[in-house]
Design a protein around this ligand. Sequence first.
Ligand SMILES: NC(=O)c1ccc[n+]([C@@H]2O[C@H](COP(=O)([O-])OP(=O)(O)OC[C@H]3O[C@@H](n4cnc5c(N)ncnc54)[C@H](OP(=O)(O)O)[C@@H]3O)[C@@H](O)[C@H]2O)c1
Length: 257
Amino acid sequence: MFLPAFDLQGKTALVTGAGRGIGRALAIGLAEAGADVILLSRTREQLEEVASIIREIGRQAYVLTCDVTKREDVARAVQEAKEAAGGIDVLINNAGMNIRTPALEVTDADWQTIMDTNLKSAFMLSQEVGALMKEQGRGGSIISITSVAGQVALRTGVVYAATKAALIQMTKVLAFEWGKYNINVNAIGPWYFKTPLTEKLLQDEAYVQDILSVTPLKRIGELPELVGPVVFLASDAASYVTGQTLFVDGGMTIHGF
Ligand SMILES: NC(=O)c1ccc[n+]([C@@H]2O[C@H](COP(=O)([O-])OP(=O)(O)OC[C@H]3O[C@@H](n4cnc5c(N)ncnc54)[C@H](OP(=O)(O)O)[C@@H]3O)[C@@H](O)[C@H]2O)c1
């Protein structure tokens, strides 16, 4: 291999929300880079489809159904992953959702669901997997999928934005605490990518034009364009990078008026 530090052979990655959208693309991309992959979400048949692609690539794939908002589910899944795969070297906190409502219409139930799915889940997974990585004694890499919405103000989605900003800060503090265990903690901040989460919004031509007007690269991202940055952060090539958020956003967050 031309750049061996990017090779993920010998590493096992756990990806949450791996059944569709960004998580599916990342799981397959990590396998293409050499990793075995543990696939986690609530929908088994989607995970099985991704697992069969990964096995065709020649890597091991493990399917675990889990509601990432529930501590007992998360603890059980990490234990099962450890037993099945023999350990975890890379954690991708990707599972997430949004309920787009103006701030004055957000209900307590909306608040709780978005917080639990986007933020509490990533913390619980990081805790369970972080403890395992510490015990394994061979370091590790934790990568959370935040959003440009955690960095700049979008028109709406205040609770989503709060969870994504919190992920950026959580990344820094975990990186600080766990550096001594050789665990690197980073985040990826995407702008718009076409997935089941954004599909409807991106059918609105006027909305897409608004997006492109604030995107220097003048296009929506393609899912494979998230794979390289994640493989980099998961690999030994990023061994001295920690606490960072890498925005994969066509330049959306760099400019003023
Ligand atoms: N698409 C974008 O443009 C974009 C931009 C910025 C950031 N992001 C972030 O990227 C991540 C993935 O987004 P996406 O667009 O790929 O979304 P998606 O297509 O809706 O996929 C979300 C994934 O998360 C899983 N998930 C949701 N709730 C879960 C739960 N309680 N337990 C377990 N798994 C759960 C879903 O699986 P099940 O429903 O089967 O459980 C699904 O696999 C999210 O964190 C999102 O905020 C996306």
